[in-house]
Design a binder for this molecule. Structure first.
Ligand code: S3P
Length: 171
């Protein structure tokens, strides 16, 4: 059932995989962070700096409602922080959790300057956020795709294999 919502921790590859899949299958695609950046003409890091996380969560919640006509929607890692977002995604489409291990995320986000919640946290806080979010992602998803060690193409194939088992999907 469409849209497909891609959820997962920062750096799990949601945007890359979602975009690749949309190109491969000719689906429309949007990324909620990019949508917010273009709507407010401001980088996400700037939104955090200027207005704080709560306001960003409000922008994100509104963005989710505004992009529902797309086939594939890549969300920000914190989309699950609001229960209404989870309810909306569950009601409107199919939720795909792109899982990556903490070690893999840590490796991918070395030197990243664009994600304030990662950048300004110590290791223990990052790990705690990862663990808490993992539980939320796991609980609300329709499919969890383990991405460690998979290429972009292999990850897309894995998603397609999972979806094809479900007769309601049009793949
Ligand atoms: C966030 C994840 C980011 C972005 C913002 C907050 C989070 O998106 O929405 O920095 O709370 O996990 P990505 O998951 O695309 O990095």
């Amino acid at each position: 059932m469409y849209p497909l919502f891609f959820i997962g921790f920062m750096g799990s590859g949601k945007s890359t995989i979602a975009e690749k899949m949309s190109q491969q299958y000719n689906y429309s695609y949007i990324d909620t962070d990019e949508y917010i950046e273009s709507k407010y003409e401001m980088k996400i890091s700037k939104v955090f700096e200027k207005y704080g996380e709560e306001t960003f969560r409000q922008f994100e919640h509104e963005a989710l409602h505004e992009v529902l006509s797309k086939d594939i929607i890549a969300t920000g890692g914190g989309i699950v922080e609001r229960n209404e977002n989870i309810q909306l995604m569950s009601k409107k489409g199919t939720i795909i959790y792109l899982h990556a291990s903490f070690a893999e995320i840590d490796r991918r986000l070395q030197g990243d300057q664009s994600r304030p919640l990662w950048l300004h946290s110590d290791l223990a806080t990052r790990q705690a956020l990862y663990n808490r979010r993992h539980t939320l992602y796991e609980q609300c998803c329709d499919y969890m795709i383990r991405t460690d060690g998979l290429s972009i193409e292999e990850t897309v194939q894995e998603i397609v294999n999972n979806l094809s088992l479900n007769e309601h999907n049009k793949l």
